[in-house]
Write a protein that binds this ligand. Structure first.
Ligand code: IPE
Ligand code: IPE
Ligand code: MG
Length: 232
């Protein structure tokens, strides 16, 4: 398996911390180590694009103190990881809205994107202030101005809407940690034929070997895309 696009809904930080008698924010902090671990493991497992759901547009509804910690953690991550990302050939992209993020965070995002622009082993896409429905709506609005739009064109418009590079690649495998079995407004268009992997493991406990196990599970699935199974 090569050139895979894997997307992860990194869920369960709060419950993980609460179960240990700690504040929810402690779970968010510990979750950073899981991000490091999967980003390190990704290229060796045939992953070319890794999209991580870091903050949904609906997450603004959380208490301001929690939102503020999440934003700070993101800024710290962007600052501290650049060297390692560069060393490992990772190109970072933040996808989602930027107009509601603080100017300092936007600067940190732009800096990290510039510094890692040469990475060619893994494209790491962090979804921040991300809503798949909002992006689809934006792409559809842009499409309305043009005529004769096909699926590829809409994908390109979607890629542009999310501040990506004009790409909205199909997801091969979608993983959600934390035990819930839903998409929570993540990559709705791109997941049309994604294989879904739900695990009860909470995000702060998830490591590269869990990603490897999910990919093994994925490798034995029969992806038919609506066709009849190949004769064996
Ligand atoms: C995922 O963990 C992180 C974000 C949504 C930012 P949660 O904070 O949703 O943790 P739970 O689901 O409440 O345990
Ligand atoms: C989805 O998790 C968003 C992220 C992981 C960033 P949520 O915890 O916000 O989703 P719901 O509320 O359980 O659907
Ligand atoms: Mg959650």
């Amino acid at each position: 398996m090569t050139d895979l696009h894997v997307a992860i809904i990194m869920d369960g930080n709060g419950r993980w911390a609460t179960a240990k008698g700690q504040p929810r924010n402690w779970g968010h902090r510990q979750g950073i180590e899981s991000v490091r671990s999967v980003v390190r493991a990704g290229p060796g497992l045939g992953i070319r694009t890794l999209t991580l759901y870091a903050f949904s547009s609906d997450n603004w509804k959380r208490p301001p103190a929690e939102v503020s910690v999440l934003m700070k953690l993101l800024r710290t991550y962007l600052k501290t990881e650049i060297d390692e990302l560069r060393k490992n050939g990772v190109r970072l992209k933040v996808v989602g809205r930027r107009d509601r993020l603080s100017p300092t965070l936007v600067k940190a995002i732009e800096h990290a994107e510039r510094q890692t622009a040469q990475g060619d082993r893994l494209e790491l896409r962090l979804a921040v202030d991300y809503s798949s429905r909002d992006l689809l709506l934006q792409a559809v609005r842009a499409a309305a101005a043009a005529s004769d739009i096909d699926r590829r064109d809409l994908s390109a418009l979607l890629g542009e809407a999310m501040n990506g590079d004009g790409r909205a690649p199909d997801v091969d495998l979608l993983i959600r940690t934390g035990g819930e079995r839903r998409l929570s407004d993540f990559l709705l268009w791109e997941c049309a034929y994604a294989e879904l992997h739900f695990t009860p493991t909470m995000w702060p406990d998830f490591r590269g070997h869990d990603l490897q196990a999910a990919l093994h599970d994925f490798s034995v699935r029969d992806r038919r895309f609506g066709e009849v199974a190949a004769a064996s």
